[in-house]
Design a protein around this ligand. Structure first.
Ligand code: SF4
Length: 507
């Protein structure tokens, strides 16, 4: 029995996918990338753009047409707008909120597929490793293993469908979803969800309607997951949340604040004696407190890279976006970062051509871009997101104007970033090797500040390792380097150059 999981959208959906995979593989399903050979077809939906929603409709139409010829089950989860929810209920066999993931085996069982899966197998204390093998035939309640015959069973009534819950009820944090051990897709970098949903209601964004209100995960669980990953030798850990630095606000007085959580992660790093980098995404300027910045400065395992979405450099646009902060406030945060962590790189998100944005307002964004000297900016042309408040407003900035503004900001970004990159030429930087580079015979790595750097290497065994690289040159948004002498190993499993010298890089 095989499953195929289509993941659309952001890193949060990828993280949800890692937990869905665990549940399905515990049930005895084996993963396949081929939709044609799967018995169970699932999709983690994204509602950020109409294009992503359209992909879901295209997929399910194709899958349903296959049902004439063979037995298969379909499900959908992820970010789903209320308007699509009703339609998906009719099109998919199962629809569930990610909070209901622990109930997925029971939902599938109602289709006649019986599995030995038991949630009690999962606990926060489990080791970090690949998905466990399914137990033998039968579990405590005598269920048998799944079979094709199971899928041939009569379809249940529609009443079993689980609707996605628009507002997470207070007890959602206890559904067990977060305690399901993820099947990590990488052996050296991992994403840990610490918070779900958002209370900010930016007018261009639909997340509060698709993911529900903010719910913070239990800090004990988060820190256990961090500890296990560190012990397993992970080099890069990213704390994830739609509004990650408002962590704990929904449980004030009962839970750690975001700064306190970071402090605990820093302490785990110090006690472990290992080298790793901890990132977090996506934060909101409103919740970027001095304590958070001071904590990042204090601990070497808290990476010196900060993503601080600006969205616009004009106060009036920020008000219409409902961002609830001014450019002045943003400036004071950047000032604090520059003063406390001068080596930190700064990334941002910007929307150009937001409804009603004038030329003058755009110019302020351009000035802000120059002033804040970003290392990377994700600049997007505004397009109405279905379900978001601004989708009801007139999208009145012509596409050509949006394109021009995007190009102008890209040029600003590249000029500033190139200037910064030039200051690194001749220095030695530590980098985490991620993958083979597009250029043959090279590997692609990232510095602690997440700047891409490629270097010549004969072995792909360096992937997942830290290396010290001398920066030999730079482009607008990337660096070029060479290995600086002996491999600068770390206490958590170093690889020497001698040991890996001979292997060719493939792919
Ligand atoms: S902070 Fe704004 S942009 Fe970010 S998820 Fe919440 S509503 Fe969306």
């Amino acid at each position: 029995m095989k499953y195929c999981l289509i993941q659309l959208g952001c890193q949060m959906n990828v993280s949800d996918g890692e937990r869905i995979r665990t549940v399905l593989e515990r049930m005895g399903f084996a993963q396949t990338d081929s939709e044609e050979e799967a018995d169970l077809l699932g999709i983690i939906a994204c509602s950020v753009r109409q294009k992503a929603i359209d992909k879901v409709y295209t997929r399910i139409a194709r899958w349903n047409s296959w049902k004439q010829k063979r037995n298969l089950l379909t499900f959908v989860s992820g970010c789903i707008l209320p308007a699509d929810r009703e339609k998906f209920l009719k099109l998919f066999d199962l629809m569930f909120s990610i909070n209901d993931l622990p109930q997925l085996p029971q939902m599938i069982r109602q289709y006649g597929v019986v599995t030995p899966y038991s949630l009690s197998d999962d606990s926060a204390d489990e080791q970090v490793s690949g998905p466990q093998q399914q137990p033998g035939n039968g579990d405590a309640d005598g269920s048998s293993v799944i079979s094709k015959a199971g899928l041939k069973a009569a379809r249940p009534k529609r009443s079993i469908h689980k609707a996605v819950v628009p507002e997470a009820p207070a007890d959602d944090r206890d559904t067990g979803y977060w305690r399901i051990r993820p099947s990590y897709t990488s052996g050296f970098e991992a994403y840990i969800p610490i918070q779900n949903g958002c209370d900010k209601f930016c007018t261009f964004c639909a997340v509060p309607y698709t993911r529900g209100r903010e719910v913070s995960r239990d800090s004990g669980e988060i820190l256990s997951e961090v500890r296990r990953l560190v012990e397993a030798g992970y080099r890069s850990i990213t704390l994830l949340g739609q509004n990650v630095n408002s962590y704990g606000v929904d449980r004030k007085g009962q839970e750690l604040s975001f700064a306190e959580l970071l402090d605990r992660v820093g302490t785990i790093g110090e006690e472990s004696g290992r080298t790793f980098w901890t990132y977090f995404t996506s934060p909101h300027p409103r919740d970027m407190t001095d304590e958070v910045i001071d904590t990042i400065a204090r601990y070497p395992v808290l990476a010196k890279q900060i993503h601080l979405p600006l969205q616009s450099g004009d106060d009036k646009v920020l008000i219409r976006m409902n961002r609830n902060h001014s450019v002045k406030r943003y400036r004071s945060i950047v000032g604090k970062i520059r003063e406390t962590i001068p080596q930190a790189t700064l990334f941002t998100d910007i929307i150009v051509g937001f409804t009603g944005e004038t030329e003058e307002q755009f110019e302020r964004t351009r000035e802000a871009m120059r002033e804040f000297r970003y290392n990377m900016a994700y600049v997007a042309m505004y397009s109405p997101r279905p379900g978001a408040a601004s989708s009801r407003w007139n999208d009145d900035v012509p596409t050509e104007t949006k394109k021009r503004r995007l190009e102008e900001l890209s040029r600003e970004l590249k000029t500033g970033s190139y200037r910064y990159n030039q200051t690194l030429v001749g220095t030695t930087v530590r980098a985490l090797v991620e993958k083979p580079d597009r250029k043959h015979g090279y590997l692609s790595a990232r510095t602690e500040g997440k700047l891409p750097i490629r270097f010549r290497a004969d072995s792909r065994k360096l992937i997942g390792q830290f290396v010290d690289l001398r920066v030999t040159g730079c482009a607008e948004l990337s660096l070029e380097g060479e290995i600086a002498g002996e491999y600068a190993g770390t206490p958590n499993g170093s690889v020497t150059l001698e040991r890996v010298a001979a292997q060719e890089i493939h792919g």
